[in-house]
Design a protein around this ligand. Structure first.
Ligand code: OSB
Ligand code: MG
Length: 332
């Protein structure tokens, strides 16, 4: 299998504001595998170092270290310290092996609906209605970005406006401490539209997160704590039975993730790492299936972030066309 790699770098239309700071462009790598018969498979390495994956530099070094002609053993040997690399190479391999040109690779079941990401703070108040009118029923808002009092005032206004059957996810990206997490959960307790509070505390605060989950009625979700399959395994072994947000693009080998999800009744929310359509299509076709979605195949997908890139080529379906636009940035 001949392996080629091209780097990409594109701005978002609007930056993602989280407790980690402002993120305004995505960098990553497209992978192209070609077999002796000329069949191709594409994959994407989309690292998220602030989330716990490898850096782009480490991913580039991986691409440079792989042989030009590789087989499955070379892919399986990619170190667990390179989870986005494991995903990108194995998904490219799967795409080549499983691609049947007579068949669409779109799932043959109706996937759960998409959660729409709202701006942080009071920006959400004018943003939710047009999204509701477009059919979104689940929303997500970042918290822990600005000042607590202002964020809680905006939250109260937002939940006051949302129809009772709307669902709202709050995502703190690990930016709260015990006291502020309690103050948020007190607010959430009186607003049944809140589906869950995502990653209130830093991943190092696992035991405190278990305690919080016991103390308040609102569900908690882990995200940064379960960035990779290895972390998901550890949290499961340590007793986490709440929601887990899975960003498959940085979680490691998709085959192992699939096996884990089929063997354990995990309450999964599949979520974007703001990857391009290349990884997104693979994830939606090969992972977001009822049999891989633990006990809750009805959770809205964290993929309501389409059109996040300025460059429309990054949202389109054809990996081959996107590959062509990146000719100038081949990794030698
Ligand atoms: O999960 C979603 O609904 C949207 C995706 C999202 O919020 C996200 C996107 C990129 C990086 C981190 C996160 C996050 O969940 O923290
Ligand atoms: Mg999150």
């Amino acid at each position: 299998m001949r392996a080629e790699f091209r780097e990409y770098r594109r701005a978002f239309r609007r930056p993602l504001m989280t407790a980690h700071g402002v993120w305004s462009e995505r960098r990553g790598i497209l992978v192209k595998l070609t077999d002796a018969a000329g069949r191709t498979g594409y994959g994407e390495i989309a690292p998220l170092p602030w989330f716990g994956s490898e850096t782009l530099e480490a991913a580039i070094a991986l691409c440079q270290s792989l042989p030009e002609f590789l087989d499955l053993a070379d892919i399986r040997a990619i170190a667990p310290t390179l989870p986005a690399g494991q995903f990108g190479l194995e998904s490219a391999w799967d795409s080549l092996m499983q691609h049947d040109p007579r068949k669409s690779d779109l799932p043959d079941w109706e996937p759960p609906h998409l959660s729409a990401l709202l701006p942080a703070g009071e920006g959400a108040i004018s943003a939710w209605k047009p999204l509701w009118d477009r059919g979104h029923r689940t929303f997500k808002q970042k918290i822990g970005v600005g000042e607590l009092a202002a964020e809680q005032a905006a939250f109260a206004e937002l939940v006051g406006q949302l129809p009772p059957r709307a669902r709202l996810r709050l995502d703190a990206n690990g930016g709260l401490d015990w006291d502020t997490a309690c103050r948020w959960l007190e607010q959430c307790a009186v607003h049944p539209q809140v589906e869950f509070l995502e990653q209130p505390l830093a991943p190092s605060q696992f035991d405190a997160m278990l305690k919080l989950a016991e103390r308040f009625p609102t569900s908690l979700a882990l995200d940064e704590s379960v960035a990779t399959l290895a972390q998901l395994r550890t949290c499961w072994q340590r007793g986490w039975r709440g929601v887990v947000v899975i960003k498959a693009a940085i979680a490691g080998f998709p085959s192992q993730l699939r096996a884990f999800c089929q063997q354990h009744p995990v309450d999964i929310v599949w979520s974007s790492a703001l990857e391009t359509a290349v990884a997104r299509r693979y994830i939606q076709a090969h992972l977001v299936q009822p049999e891989n979605s633990g006990n809750r195949p009805d959770r809205a997908l964290g993929y309501g972030v389409a059109h996040w890139f300025c460059d429309p080529a990054f949202e389109q379906d054809s990996a081959a066309a996107l590959w062509q636009t990146l000719t100038a940035s081949a990794i030698a």
